[in-house]
Design a protein around this ligand. Structure first.
Ligand code: BTN
Length: 194
């Protein structure tokens, strides 16, 4: 028990300020990933990005609540107008467009990844992380593809066009999983339940 929230070495309850700092750092990290420009293959409306690694990593490392909070913070900053999406986009417009569902889905992505990874805390293994991140990507598609389809009136074509994301997302989720396993090994206190 650590009712004061003091960061006592060897306990699993980092101070609230440290938790807040981690959440903010991850929101910032997601923003940094936006520096990589989106790749619009064949004139598709939704780009290939690196930025979706951020929500996966946030859920993988911070768990569902704080990982979700980090992505929510990032999404709120974008909605407020900060140009943090790839290509320097921000404001309400990206949400009122074909790729908006994927961005909103990033919140669910982090939460789902976190829920799965938390079950194996404090030292989640590679298999858990891979399963969690596959689920995280799938959840994003589940939100993003129908949203995209709603804009074009053709969900089937949105699903087919999304196939182009699969190879990159596979590589990204493996990379995130490897990083997260290493981070959890190095810093087991990250898995503090609150
Ligand atoms: C935006 O910047 O407007 C959002 C882009 C969303 C891109 C999605 S995320 C999942 C899938 N994988 C990719 O590389 N791109 C799409």
């Amino acid at each position: 028990e650590d009712p004061e929230g003091a960061n006592v070495p060897g306990t699993r309850n980092p101070a609230p300020a440290a938790n807040l700092a981690r959440t903010v750092v991850f929101a910032a990290f997601i923003a940094v990933l936006g520096i990589f420009p989106g790749l619009y293959i064949g004139g598709a409306a939704v780009p290939i990005v690196l930025q979706n690694m951020g929500p996966l990593l946030a859920g993988s490392i911070l768990g569902a609540r704080r990982g979700g909070a980090a992505v929510l913070l990032f999404v709120a900053l974008v909605a407020l107008g900060l140009p943090l999406l790839s290509g320097g986009r921000g404001g309400i417009a990206p949400f009122a467009g074909p790729s908006g569902g994927f961005v909103l889905g990033w919140i669910a992505s982090a939460v789902v990844v976190g829920l799965i990874v938390q079950r194996a805390m404090p030292r989640p293994g590679l298999v858990t992380l891979l399963v969690a991140n596959v689920a995280g990507v799938a959840v994003d598609y589940l939100v993003g593809i129908p949203y995209w389809g709603a804009f074009t009136g053709d969900i089937g074509s949105a699903a087919v066009q999304s196939l182009v994301f699969l190879p990159g997302d596979a590589v990204k989720l493996v990379a995130v999983s490897l990083v997260a396993v290493a981070v959890h090994r190095a810093v087991p206190t990250l898995s503090a339940p609150r």
